[in-house]
Design a protein around this ligand. Structure first.
Ligand code: ZN
Length: 248
């Protein structure tokens, strides 16, 4: 079995699964963006013949998308990474024309939070948007909306992490150079709600940004309401590598 076939045997969303997406109940915007030309259709038909359909990404429910991520974190914790064994050259070729990530993740820019690695995912699986403090600013929200409305992500996960410098800086409230202070305002409500406790503020920030996205984006709120998207918040522990889901 090749690396790619091992990959496609997982809940992968490989391009071999695209035919069903294109002909099935895919999002209108996805079809408009990605499947409007005959050349694309021909490429997709060719791709579907190459790899086994296995469990298509399109068959993933939002809950299964979350389960898939958390399973990946278990492999990461146990040192049993599968993504490193995937045939990356084949994956690159398969995803050159389009992407089909099953989850969108908003995480901090912190170098200790390598999102794909943490969830044992490789090319084409995750739509990752990163910004210090994992805050849902307008541009960040727009990016996530693209991942959901156009690319069809089934899960939106806001991932905070222990020892977050952005949250810590907001608690301290010191003067900072340049535009770094712009991060204070979106993080401040969580710091305020947590009474200045760092761990509580980190958790509150992830939950609040998830809530903010759910309530301010009509794309996200509508997809969630229709059962096409799950929105969740989690915390990554930089010491242990574990991801814990946070209660809503
Ligand atoms: Zn951080």
């Amino acid at each position: 079995m090749t690396g790619f076939m091992q990959y496609s045997g997982m809940r992968c969303g490989c391009l071999g699964c695209l035919e069903s997406k294109v002909t099935g109940d895919a999002g209108l915007s996805r079809r408009d963006f990605l499947c409007s030309t005959a050349a694309t259709a021909a490429a997709l038909a060719g791709a579907s013949m190459i790899s086994a359909p296995a469990a298509a990404q399109t068959a993933l429910t939002p809950d299964q998308a979350l389960e898939t991520l958390m399973d990946g974190n278990k492999r990461y914790l146990g040192g049993q990474l599968k993504s490193f064994n995937e045939d990356l050259s084949i994956l690159k070729a398969k995803t050159a024309e389009k992407q089909e990530p099953f989850a969108a993740v908003l995480s901090c820019a912190d170098s200790r939070v390598p999102v794909e690695l943490v969830f044992d995912q490789s090319i084409g699986h995750l739509f990752v948007v990163r910004v210090a403090g994992n805050v849902a600013t307008p541009e960040i929200t727009a990016s996530l909306e693209y991942g959901i409305a156009v690319l069809g992500a089934k899960l939106l996960l806001v991932l905070g992490h222990s020892n977050c410098g952005a949250v810590k800086a907001t608690i301290e409230g010191k003067a900072v150079p340049g535009q770094i202070g712009a991060l204070y305002a979106p993080i401040w409500p969580a710091v305020n709600a947590a009474g200045g406790d760092l761990d509580a503020a980190i958790n509150a920030n992830a939950r609040m940004q998830a809530t903010l996205l759910s309530r301010t984006s009509t794309i996200i709120s509508t997809a969630a309401k229709e059962g096409k998207l799950k929105v969740a918040a989690a915390r990554y522990d930089v010491a242990t590598g574990g991801v814990s889901l946070l209660p809503p």
